[in-house]
Ligand binder design. Sequence first.
Ligand SMILES: [Zn+2]
Ligand SMILES: [Zn+2]
Length: 213
Amino acid sequence: MKRAKAHNSLRCPCCGEIRGPQEQQVFLKQLEAEVPARTYITLSGVWLGNAYWHDAKKGGVDWACDECMQSLRAVKGQPAKQLFYDFAPHFAYFDKTKTCRDCGLEFTFSKAEQLHWYEQLRFWVQAEKVRCGPCQQLKKQHDQFSQLMAANNFTDHEALQEIIAYYLRNKAYAKAKQFLATGRSRFAEGSVEFSRLDTLLNNVRNIEQQVRD
Ligand SMILES: [Zn+2]
Ligand SMILES: [Zn+2]
């Protein structure tokens, strides 16, 4: 099969430099060795190159030039370990700057984290990190809180403590008081539940007072 000149220069998405085929050796070897034969384009018996290489030409593939690989700016990806179908696998990982969906600040999606996501956790290759660390943490807390609230019946003391702790962490004193007052109104005065909720309500008032003083 005719193979000459199928691959020419590409812009490395890691360093941004234009690199000729001699500087794409790592990537070209990966294409030969690690991706299925069906990704090779053939037309009238002429080898036009690897489909992923053509995607890379359009800028849609994570790969890195030999220099980026050697300098460890990028680390090699192993497609065989990744979950991919419609999207190209990651041939290389390098730090990416992204904008957080929640706070709008920039954060780094590091190469080590990407490797962990796609080759250890085996997330689909098109999965993207959309939140910075602190916002991810907040979302997790919020999700846990929502679950607690959904299961809440005002009788589980541990769950109540956690709900109150969440409100206090977020300095939502009014919400905490409203929540406990609502709960307290469901029980008869003098019952165990009533006194428990009453105690918690007083605790919240005291904490709020201390914060204000
Ligand atoms: Zn490069
Ligand atoms: Zn954020």
